[in-house]
Every structure is written in structure tokens, then in C-alpha cells.
Design a protein around this ligand. Sequence first.
Ligand code: NA7
Length: 540
Amino acid sequence: SAAREGTRTDVLVVGAGFAGLAALAMLHREGFDVVGVEREHEVGGTWYVNRYPGLRCDVESMHYSYSWDDDLQQEWTWSERYASQPEILSYARHVVDRFDLRRDIRFDTAVTALRFDPVHDRWAATLSDGSTVDAQWVVLATGALSTPKPIDIPGAEEFRGEVLHTAEWPHEPVSFAGKRVAVIGTGSSGIQVATEIAKDAEHLYVLQRTPSYSMPARNRPLTPDEVARWKARYPDIREAGRHSLDGLASPMTGKNAFEVDEHERRARYEEIYRAGLPFAFFGVFDDVLVDDDANRSVEEFLAEKIRERVDDPALAEKLIPSGAPFGTRRSCLDSGYYEIFNQRNVTLVALRESPIVSITPRGIDTTRESLTVDAIVYATGYDAFTGTPTAIDIVGAEGATLAETWADGARSYLGLMVAGFPNLFLVTGPQSPSVLSNVIVSIEQHVEWITRALADARRDGVVRMEATRDAEQEWVDHTRAVAESTVYRDASSWYVGANVAGKPRVVLPYVGGVGGFRERCEEVAADGYRGFARRVRELA
Ligand code: NA7
């Protein structure tokens, strides 16, 4: 509409997922004028577009929720230990309504271009409906896993049956009863969706290139008592999470794996496994993510568990990961995944032994066989961290696009800003802990920091803020050094961009933990935003 053309605002927030909603709410509370833009029809981000059967979060629901408003956390009640997608989406809707954020958001609208105007120190945004927004600040709350990786299998467009992607699931229910189905991919999405499809499909082929470690979620309804106990301790639980390695404050022994005897080591692993807490393996011993032998002790434990769950020993071996250290590929939570391979209607297709040659009109040809299927479900993952921001035509202060700036690998200062792109903030950006933590804790920390930076800028008359090249380089070097000192040096997953052809290898998440990262961010802010150039408005 005409009224919308040329909107002027303090802050443009791109995306209305969990990061965008937090940004809208906190900036609002701080008195900023905010415009939110969301390409989908509803809030929720990944929890809106991902709606495949079996989808659950791998962080416990009591942790996977905002902590910045005590009334909110006290009044909302999760029904299950690990929330399903519909319940997480209801929570996002509840938040948007409770804080009256909906009227600030333009739905079904994408930001297609962002141009920085160095004369006025403002961003000009072009939206997909042709309108424009002129904003002093931009917050890219576009998610770390929000652009599916392009389908890179020859012949994919030839297939005449039903085609589904876990990240673009239809709104109408999909029935697999009586169908022959192929699921391609065995990351979190593939494992969850295959487990559900195995219940109805006439036949399910699980096409596995790289196996993941998975463990039972032990999901169950939460009892009113345990919810009440948890809520009573919420302030302490949240505070502990904020200063921990993983945002969850999973218990840590403070010892190295081989400082304890085998009996005790196993007992610890059993405890974590029985509790269904995948993140707890990372810090149970100080050296699990650092020392190869310590790491292998977790792998051996989990491999044994897989062997216990699969009847056919030869098949079990194919389902056990090898090659990349535990933790360098996302470990998964499942609700009966390995057991589906004991069913007669499920076949594992090990692509390491027989790679896909091409997709055909009727199915999938591997080097060994032709599979005829009615439906193909792609669970092939994302162009993580960089896919969504580089799809927007963003031109910074010196005329370079963000895509050009990141051509040799994504870089940022503290995951928050990119040198050359003043007044543009990222949430869960590259080199922030984000996906290696309870992402809600990371989101809150980033958004709180950004909100305070903007409030301080307003107070100080700062109109332009940007990361210096030196500070950015130092942070990139630091994050690389931290990664090199851990098993992440041997990662070959989307954590390092290895899943997308031609993507430069950079350790994308900061592996040093959320607590240390928070401290660093606090220090920087307290030290006059060290490493950021802040320019004060010139008075005429
Ligand atoms: P992931 O974890 O990236 O998994 C994608 C899977 O798809 C993985 O097993 C890939 O195997 C497989 N894949 C990708 N392309 C192909 C081709 N061409 N052929 C065969 N197999 C392929 O994505 P998810 O959606 O499961 O999970 C993403 C995150 O969302 C997850 O970590 C949670 O944080 C939530 P590969 O490893 O490349 O051999």
C-alpha cells in the first residue's frame, strides 16, 4: 500500500523466528521503533517451515524457551519433555500475541536487498512487495539453518512421484500408507522423519551416506509436579545455563576421561544415555572434545548401544559412524530409529558402498540397484549460517556485497557484525556459539547485547557502529585457534561448510562455549565497545 512505501524506522528486524521475536520484544521494551519482516505467513521460523512428522527439538522444552520475562516462563506450560513441532509453534504464537508483536511484522514479505547509505549512515531495504524501509539499524535474525542446501543429485528433476523436503513440508497431512518411500539423508531430520514413515509405509528405503550418532530421547509427558519444581528454580537454572558450555549447564565431572577408571567412565556415559541428554556427553569429561582417545571412549560406548538395538550385526556396523570424531557432526535424539531396521518393511541403503548414480522418473539408481518408489523425502540439510544472509543482496559501506565479503569463508566479529557493514547486526552469526548450544540461550545473549549496544548508541549520540577489520581478524583467528585445539579440527560436516559443494571450509560455530563467549562480549561492551568503531553524529 502507498502508506507502506518509504517507511522510516529505527530498527529493521529481518525474520520472525525465535531470534526475530526476541529482537522485536527487547527493542520494543527499550523504546525503539521497529519494523519486522518475515518471508513466511506466520512466526516461528524453522518451527514453522519444518513440520514433518516426528519433528521434535533435541533440547528439553523447559530449557528451549525464553527466559527474559519471568511471567512468560511461569505462565507457559510445556506438555512433554521434548516438545513436538506443533507445540513449539504454539509457543512462538503465544509469545507474539502476549507481547503484541504481530502488528510490527510484515508477513509473506522477504527483504530482497539492503543498501548502506554512508552519507546518512542508514540502510535502505527493498522488500519483495516493492516497498522500501529506511532504517538506521538492521538486525538479521535470519537463522543459522534456514536455507535448504540445493538438491545436488543428478536427475532429481526427472522424478515423477511425490517429492518432499523436510524443511519445506506441506501444510496438508501427508499419508505414506501403502507407499514405497525413499528418505535421503540421516541427520537429525532424516532420522526423525524415517522413524515416523516406517510406521505406515509399505516400504521405506533409508539412504545413508554418513551415519550419525543417535540416542533414545526418552520423551514423555511432564508431570505437573516436575513442571512446578522446575519453575520454582527457573532463575537459578537459567543463570547456570547462561554461564555454561552448552547453555544447559549439563553436569560436568571436571575430570579427564581417563582420570577415572573404566567402571566409573561407563557409569557416567550410562547415566547420560539413560537420561536421554545428548549434549551432556560434550562436557562430562573435560577432554571429550579435545582428546582423541577420550572422544573415542564416547564413540565406543555409543557404538555398543547401536549394536544392542539392531538385530542384524552386519547391518548395525553400517549404522555406526566412523571417520569424524564424536561431536563434530550433530548427534541426534530419536524415538525408535535403530529399531525400524528390524522391521521387514525397512531397508538401509548404504551409499558409501553403493552411491547414488542418478534419480530416475521412477526412483533412484545406485551403483548396485534400481529402487522404485512413490515418494522421495529429501532430508539433505542446509546451507548453514551463510545461505540466508548471502541470498539477500546486501551492499555495505564500501560497495562490496556480503556474498563477496564471505567468498573465502564467513567472517565476523563476535558473530555480531561484519567489517564493512556498519549498523548491521547478526543473531546466531558465524563464529558465535549458536548451534553448538541451546540456541535459545545464545539468541537471548546476542539480542540482549545488540539491544544494549543500540541503547548505548542512542545515549552517546552514536549514529554509526561497525566492527573494525583488526578486531574481526583477531576474532576469526581466535575462533580458528580454539577449534584447532579440539576435535573440530577434523570436522567434515555442515559445521565447517563441508556439506555444500564449493563452500569454503571455515569452522562456522564458535566452539568455545556460551559462558566464555558471553564474558568476552560483556568485556568488549564494558571497554567502550572495544573493536567496534562508533561514530558520533556531527553537529552542524
Ligand atoms: P544435516 O544434519 O545436514 O543432514 C543432512 C543429511 O543428508 C546428511 O546425512 C547428508 O549426508 C545427507 N545428504 C546430503 N546431500 C546428500 C546427497 N546428495 N546424497 C546423499 N545424502 C545426502 O541436516 P538435517 O536437516 O538433518 O539437520 C540440520 C540441523 O537441524 C540439525 O543438526 C539440528 O541442529 C537441527 P552427508 O553427511 O553429507 O554425507
